[in-house]
Design a protein around this ligand. Structure first.
Ligand code: NAI
Length: 246
């Protein structure tokens, strides 16, 4: 077991990649705190699946983009679990459109949910992990945060920001034995990408050397590596999980 008795907090984990990360951690013995916007049936089902693995699990309804709420969640997690070893900044949205059609609201929403949320939670866990002198912070970036993408200027900017936040935090927190890394997935089959439609999906897959989209479980395996002692000297890195998509 790679994460026995560790406490992990994962944002936006009711479904998709976040859910698979939560399950992968729980299978390795971690107790799980996770957030999403509301306790939906989906979130409850995730809770039940994690609990069935025999670890402690607690759901917190919270908007990750809200600074105060993020701090309250972290306070509650520490009160409920006693400590916090792993943070995964996973909550994210898309509001895709070409730049010239993009509204101010579409820009602001994506930056706040994708980038500010990662700041909010990183800021909130930092004093806790500094006191513990250990911690692993992992944030979900994206291949488009590295390459850019037409129709996703807001999303790409938010994901590039995640990389800069990650590298800066790794430099600030390294002396306290806190590691900070990012994962940049390529095209992963989740609700977020399913809404692109059959034709767009096909054209994406044709650009991937491995000729398929990735599964959320395949991102979760990298998140497990980064959370565990297997990556004890890995910090400030961006690991791409993209089937060789350039
Ligand atoms: P998803 O849409 O399936 O799941 C995202 C989850 O975040 C949902 O449960 C949603 O309710 C939650 N969420 C949204 N806004 C929130 C907020 N303000 N506060 C709390 N929770 C919120 O998406 P998916 O595909 O699982 O993506 C997870 C992360 O991975 C995101 O950050 C996404 O940008 C990133 N990613 C996904 C890729 C893909 O191909 N699916 C590729 C690259 C990165």
């Amino acid at each position: 077991m790679l994460l026995t008795d560790k406490i992990a907090l994962i944002t936006g984990a009711a479904r998709g990649i976040g859910k698979q990360i939560a399950l992968a951690y729980a299978r390795e013995g971690a107790n799980i705190a996770f957030t999403d916007l509301a306790l939906t049936e989906e979130a409850q089902a995730t809770c039940d699946e994690i609990a069935a693995l025999g670890v402690k699990v607690q759901f917190y309804a919270s908007n990750a983009a809200d600074f105060e709420e993020a701090h309250k969640v972290v306070e509650k997690v520490v009160a409920d679990f006693g400590r916090l070893d792993i943070l995964v900044n996973n909550a994210g949205i898309t509001r895709d459109t070409l730049l010239m059609r993009m509204t101010e609201q579409q820009w602001d929403q994506v930056i706040q949910v994708n980038l500010k949320s990662a700041f909010n939670f990183t800021h909130a866990v930092t004093p806790v992990m500094m006191r513990q002198r250990t911690g692993s912070i992992i944030s979900l970036s994206s291949i488009v945060g590295i390459n850019g993408n037409a129709g996703q200027a807001n999303y790409a900017a938010s994901k590039a920001g995640i990389i800069a936040l990650t590298k800066s935090a790794a430099k600030e927190l390294g002396s306290r034995n806190i590691r900070v890394n990012a994962i940049a997935p390529g095209f992963i089959v989740t609700d977020m990408t399913k809404k692109l439609g059959e034709e767009t999906l096909k054209s994406f897959v044709s650009m991937i050397p491995m000729r398929r989209g990735g599964e959320p479980e395949e991102v979760a395996k990298v998140a497990l590596f980064l959370a565990s002692e297997l990556s004890s000297y890995v910090s400030g890195q961006v690991i791409q999980v993209n089937g060789a998509m350039a």
